[in-house]
Design a protein around this ligand. Structure first.
Ligand SMILES: Nc1ncnc2c1ncn2[C@@H]1O[C@H](COP(=O)(O)OP(=O)(O)OP(=O)(O)O)[C@@H](O)[C@H]1O
Ligand SMILES: [Mg+2]
Length: 427
C-alpha cells in the first residue's frame, strides 16, 4: 500500500471507530494496528488511563480474518482472583463448591476469534502460567480437569501500569510479558496531543448538546488556553466528563477560563469531597458521580419546594403552614448547626422561596430556566438518578464500614438526611 493509500485507510478507520484526532503518534498507532491485523501476532496496547486503548483491539479484530468469529473483551482487573481461571478457561462440574455445571471458558468460546485482555497487569500469577501455555501452543485445561484442550485464539492485551515495574516486583512474569508484547502499540497521553485537545472538546460538546437537548457550549480564547495547558491525568475520559458536566450544569453557554478552571481538579473543584475519595488517580468515575449527585440534589430540593409552594398556594403564608411544614422547611434550608456551608446558601435560596405567588408570573428568568431544566431531567432520568443515588450511598457506607458520620461528610449531606435516605431505600 502506498503512503497515500495508507493515510486514506487510517482516516477511514478513524471514521468507522469514532476516533478523533490527527496527532502523528495516534496515526502511527492506528497504522500499526492495520498492519498487524491480518497476522496472529500478539499485541500489547499501552498508554495511560483514558487514552483510548479499547478501540485498538476492536480495529485489529475487525480487520483480521477472524472478524466473523467471536471478539471477547475481558477486564482482568474486574474479575475476582478466585474465579478468573474458571472464567477464562472454564471448569469441570464439581471442581469446586458451586460448580454444579461444566462451564466453557472464554478461550473455548472464542475459538477462532480474538480475546482482548484489558488490564492484563492485574492477572494473578497462577493465571499467568495458564495464559503462557495457551500462547505458546494453544493448549489449556479446564479448572478441575486433566484433559488438554486446544484453542486458536488471538490475544490483544492492554495495560496502563508500568509492566517493567510489575516484573521487577515479581507481580508479572517476564516471559509472559515478552510473549504478549510481540508488537507494542503505544497511545500518547492527551497532554502530548495539543492539536487534538480542542478538537476533541468540540466533538464532545456537540455530542452532549444533542444528548441533553441544549445549545452547544463554547470556550472563550482564554478557556481554550486553559484547556491546552491542563495536565489531563485522566486523559480523554476526563476531558469527556468535563465537557459533559459543563454541558449539563452551565447556564451561560460561553465558558470562561474561570468557569472551566472550577471544574478542573488541580485548582480544586467546587465539590472536592467526592474527588478526594476516588480510590486512585485514574478513577474518574467519581466525576460522573458528582454530576449525578448535583442532579439528584437539585431534584430533591425541587420536589420539596414544589410541596411547599403548593401548600402556600392553598393556605397562604400563615403560621400554620410554617408549623405544619417545619421539617420540610428545615430540610430545604438546612437543619444542622455544624453545617456552615448550608447557612451561607440560605440567603440566596430564600430569595426564591419568599415569593409565595411564585407559581403565577413573578418567576424570574433564572428560576424559570432552572425549573425547566430540572423538569426535563426529571422525566428522563428520575429512575436512573435514584439508582445512582442509592449506589453512591451504598458505596460511601461501604468505604466507611457503615459509619454514617463519615459517609454523610463524604456525600456532603447531613447525617440526618443520610439517615432518611437509608430508611427510604431500606438499606
Ligand atoms: N480518539 C478518540 N476520539 C474520541 N473518543 C475517544 C478517543 N479516545 C478515547 N475516546 C473515548 O475516551 C474514553 C476512554 O477511552 P478508553 O476506555 O479506550 O480508555 P483506556 O485507554 O482503555 O483507559 P483505561 O486504561 O482506564 O481502561 C472512551 O469513552 C472513548 O470512547
Ligand atoms: Mg480501558
Amino acid at each position: 500500500m502506498g503512503v497515500r493509500g495508507l493515510m486514506e485507510s487510517i482516516q477511514a478507520i478513524k471514521q468507522r471507530f469514532g476516533i478523533i484526532g490527527n496527532t502523528p503518534a495516534l496515526n502511527r498507532a492506528i497504522e500499526k494496528a492495520i498492519q498487524v491485523a491480518p497476522t496472529d501476532i500478539s499485541v500489547l496496547v499501552t498508554g495511560e488511563s483514558g487514552v483510548g486503548k479499547e478501540s485498538i483491539p476492536k480495529i485489529i479484530h475487525q480487520l483480521s480474518h477472524r472478524k466473523h468469529n467471536k471478539y471477547i473483551a475481558v477486564n482482568c482487573g474486574a474479575i475476582p482472583e478466585g474465579t478468573i481461571d474458571s472464567e477464562l478457561f472454564g471448569h469441570e462440574k464439581g471442581s469446586f463448591t458451586g460448580a454444579t455445571q461444566t462451564r466453557e471458558g472464554y478461550f473455548e468460546v472464542a475459538d477462532g476469534g480474538t480475546i482482548f485482555l484489558d488490564e492484563v497487569g492485574e492477572l494473578p500469577l497462577t493465571t499467568q502460567v495458564r495464559l503462557l501455555r495457551v500462547l505458546e501452543n494453544g493448549e489449556f485445561l479446564k479448572v478441575g480437569s486433566s484433559k488438554v484442550q486446544k484453542t486458536n485464539v488471538r490475544i490483544v492485551a492492554a495495560t496502563n501500569v508500568n509492566m517493567f515495574e510489575a516484573i521487577e516486583k515479581e507481580k508479572f512474569r517476564e516471559d509472559l510479558y515478552y510473549r504478549l508484547s510481540t508488537v507494542d502499540i503505544h497511545l500518547p497521553p492527551l497532554r502530548d496531543r495539543q492539536d487534538d485537545i480542542h478538537l476533541l472538546f468540540r466533538k464532545f460538546a456537540s455530542d452532549f448538546a444533542l444528548k441533553y437537548k441544549m445549545p452547544t457550549i463554547k470556550l472563550t480564547d482564554a478557556a481554550i488556553q486553559t484547556l491546552l495547558k491542563h495536565r489531563w491525568a485522566g486523559n480523554i475520559r476526563q476531558l469527556r466528563n468535563i465537557a459533559e458536566q459543563l454541558s449539563v450544569l452551565e447556564q451561560n453557554r460561553t465558558i470562561s477560563a474561570e468557569t472551566l478552571k472550577s471544574y478542573l481538579p488541580a485548582t480544586g473543584s467546587n465539590l472536592p469531597a467526592v474527588i478526594k475519595t476516588s480510590k486512585s488517580e485514574s478513577d474518574f468515575s467519581s466525576e460522573r458521580e458528582i454530576l449525578y449527585k448535583v442532579l439528584f440534589d437539585m431534584k430533591s430540593d425541587l420536589n420539596d419546594l414544589k410541596k411547599l409552594t403548593l401548600e402556600l398556594m392553598k393556605n397562604g403564608n400563615t403560621k400554620d403552614v410554617e408549623k405544619k411544614n417545619e421539617s420540610l422547611i428545615q430540610k430545604i434550608y438546612g437543619d444542622d448547626e455544624d453545617d456552615a456551608e448550608y447557612e451561607e446558601d440560605t440567603t440566596t435560596n430564600s430569595e426564591v422561596l419568599s415569593i409565595p405567588e411564585h407559581s403565577a408570573n413573578h418567576t424570574t428568568p433564572e428560576t424559570l430556566d432552572k425549573y425547566h431544566f430540572a423538569e426535563e431531567i426529571e422525566e428522563e432520568e428520575t429512575l436512573s438518578l435514584q439508582d445512582k443515588e442509592l449506589e453512591l450511598i451504598k458505596k460511601s457506607l461501604e468505604r466507611h464500614q457503615g459509619k454514617r458520620k463519615l459517609a454523610a461528610a463524604e456525600l456532603g449531606i447531613s447525617e440526618r438526611t443520610l439517615y432518611r435516605k437509608i430508611k427510604q431505600y431500606d438499606l
